[in-house]
Each structure stands twice: as structure tokens, then as C-alpha cells.
Ligand binder design. Structure first.
Ligand code: NAP
Length: 484
């Protein structure tokens, strides 16, 4: 579908209490196409009053929503899954326009993101407590699960749909109402989804969407409001830390899906071709703008040259261009600051001795493009060993001993995901037990799956999204002691 046909389908106002409305005072802000820098839309710029109105709507709807039969909650999510799936082409165009990724990547995100709607439509009817006999036999112990209450969800720009549905779907399934604040760079996808959920029958006030450029100012009072019961955040570790601090005042329940610095280990017994396939996925999915992106390739010295050469050939074969163009594999980065950061990390590595095997040069012309890049001989002092690159840059480090590889992998403040390629089963167990991450991919370059618990440890945050664990984030356990 063309931009001309897709963009008019997106609401550009705030979604509060089931109605679309302008921001108080009528303020708006621009959404830009990263492939050209052109303005593609203007959306409402919510004020503090608008944020408060969104929470009021969520609070007002909470009691009835919690009492809505689980099957009815699930059916709305299921209908939304079907609408999103049917309208994939339209949403893919919108997503590519605001975020930059190629259409094929947008479609892949839509399939992944929609799956959370279906998965949690099925989980809504499986919420259960337990019943047991107290050890002394005198009483009965009953536990029940109840919705936490109104939720605030703050989401990033890199997966504008999936990072939202991973929170919205379990919250709705659990019986929670929700206020969502999408990233300022990519608000259109979330506004589009709100319209779909309304069409699917979601009652007024259960979902509210607030777009704003005064993010801290508008979110602060919501986080401080005692009627809010849960904050769920996906984004950078820096912002996550500040939100945890703010939440501590009211002892707000929080989930944090934060940054990553994924190691990708290739052992001497690995199938190197399979490792290169996995590396392309782990590095280049979403143009490298993923928290799960492989940030450090840690390769046994005996296969490092073969791996680097094959990886370089594959990276050179990728077509860079605007995401809406046919056959493009690598779109622009999301904004100028992001490209500057990637270019700076590469310049730092080169300055400290890294060899550029391909890429590494910022192209001329409009848009925030950066070429697929492979660096070898990367010294341990390079900043990109410790910082999240968030771009299409693959630095290769080498190791000799298995224990050193695991120690290198763990030598980071982050702990989201790690990948390892090896054909030795005993090593597989040593490796996944030894890695300090919330997720591990063995002989595969992608771990994200709506049926699995996604989340990190250390500075990558806490809480899990997806799987049977994901809905627990939105449920409280109440215990009742029954005497007789
Ligand atoms: P970000 O700058 O932390 O922003 C994330 C969200 O937080 C945006 O909606 C942003 O709003 C909002 N925000 C910023 N400052 C805030 C404040 N003071 N109070 C309340 N909200 C605030 O992160 P990003 O650049 O969008 O996303 C990239 C980061 O997300 C990377 O570090 C990546 O690893 C991480 N990420 C983690 C996961 C995971 O599951 N672990 C998944 C995806 C991404 P504005 O847009 O208005 O600034």
C-alpha cells in the first residue's frame, strides 16, 4: 500500500476514554520519515492535563473491566489480532514511514506483535489460583489472582507495535486498564492500534494513548499518582533507572525491559555457515536497532577468519535504501543522533586499532543511512564493547579458551540475551548455565517468541514479557485463609 493511501488511516489525536481529542491548547508535533527527513504527519502534543485525563479514564474503567468475563476480554484481543493481521500491508507502510525499517521487517514485526494479541487472548481464560490444606490441617489456603489495576506503559521506537502489544495484550487479558505513551519518534503505529482495538470492541477507557514531546513533565505526575498501580517500561537503561527512582516514592510495581549488549559466541566446533546465518539475524534484524542485537561477536581464533570473511560477504550483499523501495534489506537509522552515535563508536574502534572489513563510512545525501559494517582486530578498549551500538555494525573479538569466552560474554553491565554456536552438547549446558543473561539462543540467532518469557537481568532490567509468565506482571496474588 502506498504512503498516500496508508497515512490518512492513522488518527493523529489523543485517545482518551474511547474518544479522539486534540491536546489541550491544540499543540502538535511532527513525525518524520528517517529516509528523507520529511515531515509525514503531525500528532497531538499532550499536556499535563491531558495525561491526567488519560489516567482518570483508565481509573474510571478499571472496576468494570476487571469484572468483565475473561472470555470476553480474550475475544476482543482475538478480534484485534485478526484485524491487525488482515491489515498488515497498511500498517507495514505506516511503520516503515515513521521508523525506517524495510517493509519486510515491518511485516515481520507485525506478525510478531500481533501474536501477543492472540497469545494473551488465550491466556485470559487460564488465570487461576490454588487451594491447599494448611500443614496443621486446621485451615484451608486459597489463592486468587486479581488485576493489578491501572497501568502506565511507556514504549520505545524500535519495535513500535510489538513493544506495545507485549504490554497491552497481557494487561487487557488480566483485567487491567492502561495508559500508553509511545515513543515520540514513532507514535503513528500505536494510534493506529488504538483504533483497531476500539473497532474490536474494547470498552471506553480500557486503553488510552497519550503522545507528547514533554515526556518527563507529562509522565511524572502519573507515576506519582497513587491511583496508578503499575509502570511497565521498555527503553534505555538510563531512562529506566530514573523511572525506577520515581516509582520508589509510591512503591509502584514496575517492570523494566532495558538495554542490551548481547555477546554472540562461536566455538571452534561450530557449523560456521550456520553461525553466519545466525549472525545475520542477530545483527541485522531491525537494522541492528534491537535490544537483542548481537553487539559483540566473540569467535574462537581458529574459525575467526573464516567467520569474518563469510560475514563480510553477506553484509556486502545487503541492499541499503528507503524502506518502501523494493528489495531493500537495510533502511535508515531512526534519526540523526542515532547515526552520529553509531559513526562515533566505529570511529573510536578504528582509532584504537580495529580493521574495517566493510562499511564504516557515512554516505552522502538525505536520510540517516549507515552501511552494514564489519570490524575485526577490535581491541578490548573500544567503546562499542561496553556500549549498545544499535546499528548495523558487527565487531569481531577472538578467544582461545571456553572459560575466557564465557567471562568475556559476561563482562558487561547488561544481561539481556546471549547467543552461542557449538555442536558439543556438554559445552551447550556449560555455556547456557554460565551466561549471565535472561535469555540464551543456542545455534539460533533469534530468541524472541510470544510463547517464551522475554526479559533480562543486571542492567537489562527485570520482569518478563510473553509466555505464561507475561500475564503475571499484571496480576496480584491474594491469599485467603479459610477456617471451618
Ligand atoms: P528511551 O530514550 O529510553 O525512550 C523509551 C521511551 O521512554 C520513549 O517513549 C521515551 O519518550 C520515554 N521517555 C524518555 N524520557 C522519559 C522520562 N524522563 N520519563 C518518562 N518517559 C521517558 O529509549 P529508546 O531510544 O526509545 O529505545 C531504545 C532503547 O530501548 C535501547 O536501549 C534498547 O535496548 C531498549 N529496548 C529494550 C527492549 C527490551 O525488551 N529489553 C526492547 C526494545 C528496546 P520520548 O520518545 O518522548 O523521548
Amino acid at each position: 500500500m502506498s504512503a498516500h493511501d496508508a497515512l490518512p488511516e492513522v488518527p493523529q489525536q489523543l485517545f482518551i476514554g474511547g474518544s479522539w481529542r486534540d491536546a489541550t491548547g491544540g499543540g502538535t508535533f511532527a513525525v518524520e520519515d528517517p529516509a528523507s527527513g520529511d515531515e509525514i504527519a503531525r500528532v497531538a502534543d499532550a499536556t499535563v492535563e491531558d495525561g491526567a485525563a488519560a489516567l482518570d479514564a483508565a481509573v474510571a474503567a478499571q472496576k468494570d473491566w476487571a469484572a468483565t468475563p475473561p472470555r470476553d476480554r480474550g475475544e476482543i484481543l482475538r478480534r484485534a489480532f485478526e484485524i491487525v493481521t488482515e491489515r498488515t500491508d497498511e500498517l507495514a507502510t505506516i511503520m516503515t514511514l515513521e521508523m525506517g525499517k524495510p517493509l519486510s521487517e515491518s511485516r515481520a514485526e507485525i506478525a510478531y506483535g500481533a501474536e501477543f494479541l492472540r497469545w494473551f487472548s488465550e491466556e485470559a481464560v487460564r488465570i487461576a489460583g490454588r487451594y491447599s490444606v494448611a500443614p496443621n490441617g486446621a485451615t484451608r489456603l486459597l489463592t486468587l489472582k486479581q488485576p493489578v489495576g491501572p497501568v502506565l506503559a511507556i514504549t520505545p521506537w524500535n519495535f513500535p507495535l510489538a513493544m506495545g502489544t507485549r504490554k497491552i495484550a497481557p494487561a487487557i487479558a488480566a483485567g487491567c486498564t492502561i495508559v500508553v505513551k509511545p515513543a515520540g519518534l514513532t507514535p503513528l503505529t500505536m494510534l493506529w492500534l488504538a483504533q483497531v482495538l476500539k473497532e474490536a470492541g474494547l470498552p471506553d477507557g480500557v486503553l488510552n494513548v497519550v503522545t507528547t514531546k514533554s515526556t518527563g513533565k507529562v509522565m511524572g505526575p502519573l507515576i506519582a499518582d497513587p491511583r496508578l498501580r503499575k509502570l511497565t517500561f521498555t527503553g534505555s537503561t538510563e531512562v529506566g533507572r530514573s523511572l525506577v527512582e520515581q516509582s520508589a516514592q509510591g512503591l509502584l510495581r514496575v517492570s523494566m525491559e532495558l538495554g542490551g549488549n548481547a555477546p554472540f559466541l562461536v566455538f571452534d566446533d561450530a557449523d560456521v555457515d550456520a553461525a553466519v546465518d545466525g549472525a545475520m539475524l542477530a545483527k541485522m534484524r531491525n537494522i541492528g536497532e534491537a535490544c537483542t542485537a548481537a553487539n559483540r561477536f566473540i569467535v574462537h581464533e581458529s574459525v575467526a577468519e573464516e567467520f569474518s570473511t563469510k560475514l563480510t560477504e553477506r553484509m556486502q550483499g545487503l541492499k541499503v535504501g528507503a524502506g518502501l523501495e523494493d528489495g531493500v534489506d537495510v533502511g535508515p537509522l531512526v534519526e540523526e543522533a542515532q547515526r552520529d552515535k553509531v559513526a562515533q563508536l566505529v570511529a573510536d574502534a578504528i582509532g584504537k586499532g580495529a580493521t574495517v572489513r566493510t562499511g564504516g563510512v557515512v554516505p552522502e545525501g538525505p536520510g540517516w543511512f549507515y552501511p552494514p559494517t564489519v570490524l575485526t582486530d577490535v581491541p578490548l578498549e573500544a567503546d562499542l564493547r561496553t556500549e549498545e551500538i544499535f546499528g548495523p555494525v558487527a565487531p569481531v573479538f577472538t578467544f582461545t579458551e571456553e572459560a575466557d569466552a564465557i567471562a568475556m560474554a559476561n563482562d558487561t553491565e547488561y544481561g539481556l540475551v546471549a547467543y552461542a554456536f557449538t555442536r558439543d552438547h556438554a559445552r551447550v549446558i556449560r555455556v547456557y548455565e554460565g551466561l549471565e543473561t535472561g535469555m540464551v539462543g543456542i545455534n539460533q540467532g533469534i530468541v524472541s517468541n510470544p510463547a517464551a518469557p522475554f526479559g533480562g537481568v543486571k542492567a537489562s532490567g527485570f520482569g518478563r514479557e510473553g509466555g505464561t509468565e507475561g500475564i503475571e506482571e499484571y496480576l496480584e496474588t491474594k491469599y485467603v485463609g479459610l477456617a471451618f
